[in-house]
Design a protein around this ligand. Structure first.
Ligand code: C2O
Ligand code: CU
Ligand code: CU
Length: 492
């Protein structure tokens, strides 16, 4: 304890030295000898697929332990981490629509955690939010049926006030749903070979290698922004592919960063899926913006890339750093003649006339208090409709199966123009408009998380599900969420 305190103090001093650049505590020059700097290409780690413990293949039965670990992101400077069944991050869970699902989580940590299925239509009592704490040493065993079309979802802890810290330490993983549509489509689907999971997160480190999580009020208001980028837990790894079409399933798994993704040589790609699954048809883009918690699946054509030639995945942190996140290299030319399909799946727009109710949400970050004040002093400032999360208060009641319009406004004070990322549990919604304008085609699919920039109002239409109970809505900038930018809706 003593040790940790001294260490934090030292970190703060370093942070003060780093000044307003936000470059964190371990400057790139300060930590040499990374795998990349040493010229050793680290292959992109692919999270393993979690074993189904049920041999009949009917019920998806999985077990995981959440545990403490250690990773040497920098040789000789071990970082204390958390992971599921490992040191950092967690395995990929693959299930099929219609499949009964049984899961067991053993919490071996000395603190409470939860496991939330982000994006999943799930009974409220198995949602894994702050209402389902898993105390140290205990086992949590949800059981339900997957009732959802193919999508790239994810899971992460969600204990009250601890989400950001635990995700930062390494708790996150992918949950992939497959269905007849994903079976039928002629798209890359060999996991880890041409269907590549990418969990993108940034981190900040102390010079001794420890993660430098929230150090100040500034970190809470702005979110913790890192100066190192991890792809599946690795710094600047190399992905080797066989050319042709490659599918990237991208998760912005960062705590609070908004990323713009592009290929360094500016080649375009086709977006085929948003948070909740396939779009109606591919959308060609040359960069895509994802806020914290959002996903996209894209197809990139490497047919023209000659063997041995490298290009990099470029990640721009909005208002922050530019990273060459990952090198992509083709080991041999592709023999496949696969083309991007013209259509993916029918996707009916929910008609606005179906909505019986409009609710308005105002996400507020007000200036005041100022730097150097304690967390409590600024406590009233990050709110939704002027309120902070209270687990004993239900903020909204919605009827099961009903359709509503939710209007989310970002009313940042002038001095605190912060983006927010609104997320709803249990549902996939459709974005109707952003400041009155129709969203771009790649944002017209099913979504569970949406970026709301300062001054913007995003209108979305939501069909609530049939499971009754209490779910969360919140800003997915995890420092905002933990500070109370969250509310509860009850489906009745
Ligand atoms: Cu991804 Cu309420 O969370
Ligand atoms: Cu969620
Ligand atoms: Cu926010």
């Amino acid at each position: 304890m003593m040790k940790r305190r001294t260490f934090l103090k030292r970190g703060s001093a370093l942070l003060a030295l780093a000044g307003s650049t936000g470059l964190g505590l371990a400057g790139k020059a300060g930590l040499t000898g990374t795998a990349h700097a040493a010229g050793v290409a680290m292959p992109l780690p692919i999270p393993r697929v979690l074993d189904n413990l049920d041999n009949s293949g009917k019920t998806a039965t999985f077990a995981m332990a959440v545990q403490q670990g250690s990773v040497e992101f920098f040789p000789g400077k071990p970082t204390s981490t958390l992971g599921y069944n490992g040191n950092f991050l967690g395995p990929t869970i693959r299930v099929r629509n219609g499949q009964p699902f049984k899961f067991s989580l053993h919490n071996t940590l000395p603190e409470v955690t939860t496991l939330h299925w982000h994006g999943l239509h799930v009974p409220a009592r198995w949602d894994g939010g702050p209402r389902q704490p898993v105390p140290p040493g205990s086992v949590w065993e949800p059981e339900f049926t997957i009732r959802q079309e193919a999508a790239t979802l994810w899971y992460h802890p969600h204990a009250m006030g601890l989400t950001g810290k635990q995700v930062y330490q390494g708790l996150a993983g992918l949950l992939l749903i497959e269905d007849e549509v994903s079976d039928r489509l002629d798209i890359p689907k060999t996991y880890g070979v041409d269907d590549i999971p990418l969990v993108i997160q940034d981190r900040r480190f102390f010079t001794n290698g420890a993660f430098a999580y929230v150090q100040s009020m500034h970190d809470i208001i702005n979110g913790v922004v890192g100066n190192y980028l991890l792809v599946n837990g690795a710094l600047q790894p190399t992905l080797t592919v066989h050319g042709g079409l490659v599918r990237l399933r991208i998760l912005n798994g960062s705590n609070s960063s908004i990323y713009r993704f592009a290929l360094r040589d500016k080649r375009s790609f086709q977006v085929i899926a948003s948070d909740g699954g396939f779009l109606e048809r591919p959308v060609k883009l040359d960069s895509i913006l994802l806020s914290a918690g959002e996903r996209a699946e894209v197809l990139v054509d490497f047919t023209d890339l000659s063997a041995g030639k490298e290009i990099s995945l470029q990640v721009d942190q909005i208002g922050g750093n530019r990273f060459d996140a990952m090198q992509i290299v083709v080991d041999r030319p592709s023999t496949s003649s696969r083309r991007v399909p013209e259509t993916l799946r029918p996707l009916a727009r929910i008609p606005e006339s179906e909505a019986g109710h409009v609710r308005r949400f105002s996400m507020e970050t007000m200036s005041g208090g100022g730097m150097g004040m304690g967390r409590g002093m600024m406590g009233g400032r990050l709110t939704i409709n002027g309120k902070k999360m209270d687990i004993n208060r239900i903020d909204e009641r919605v009827k099961a199966g009903s359709t509503e319009i939710w209007e989310i406004s970002n009313r940042s004070g002038m001095m605190m123009a912060m983006p927010h990322s609104m997320h709803l549990h249990d549902v996939q919604f459709q974005v109707l408009s952003r400041n009155g304008q129709a969203p771009p085609p790649h944002e017209q699919g099913r979504k569970d998380t949406v970026l709301v920039l300062p001054g913007e109002t995003v209108r979305m239409i939501v069909r609530f599900g049939d499971y009754k109970g209490v779910y969360m809505y919140h800003c997915h900038l995890l420092e905002h969420e933990d500070d109370g930018m969250m509310g509860q809706f009850e489906v009745y």
